[in-house]
Design a protein around this ligand. Structure first.
Ligand code: CA2
Length: 143
């Protein structure tokens, strides 16, 4: 089975290390373990970057290779048409995840450009949102 790609945007390397009242205490390494344990039948290619161009290059490279992407675009969710354009050039399934419920937070977090491309959006389930996203993709891609 080909790998599912799990992409994490800026500052998510700090998960579990700061602001636990918003993002919880699990680190990004814990999230990676959770993803690997959840995506039965698929490999997981798990990445994080603080550089928007690098994220876009990874999405381009996924074309024709990875059948699904789980993406937490972090702050780029609310700013990046370039990220949306890259996802629109990708033919596979996309699920957007946010650890926090962006709709309960500041109004500038309420809109995500990526949501226009995602087939599902999970927000506010904490890091379990990644597991839910992978369960959805695995079921959808095996069917
Ligand atoms: O809730 C989410 O997963 C977010 O995508 C996290 C982003 C935020 O900009 C989005 O609005 C919602 C922030 C990335 C994590 O930043 C941290 C900063 C300090 C400590 C821990 C994480």
């Amino acid at each position: 089975m080909p790998d599912l790609l799990v992409l994490n945007g800026p500052n998510l390397n700090l998960l579990g290390l700061r602001q636990p009242e918003i993002y919880g205490r699990d680190t990004l390494a814990d999230v990676e373990s959770l993803c690997r344990a959840t995506a039965t039948g698929f490999g997981v290619d798990f990445r994080q970057t603080n550089h928007e161009g690098e994220m876009i290059d990874w999405i381009h490279a996924a074309r024709g290779v990875n059948p699904g992407i789980v993406i937490n675009p972090g702050g780029w969710s609310h700013t990046s048409i370039a990220l949306l354009d890259a996802l629109n050039a990708y033919e596979g399934a996309v699920v957007e995840v946010h650890v926090s419920n962006i709709h309960k937070r500041e109004s500038f977090r309420h809109h995500s450009y990526v949501s226009a491309r995602a087939e599902a959006v999970i927000a506010g389930c904490g890091v379990q949102g990644y597991a839910l996203a992978l369960l959805h993709l695995a079921a959808r891609l095996k069917a």
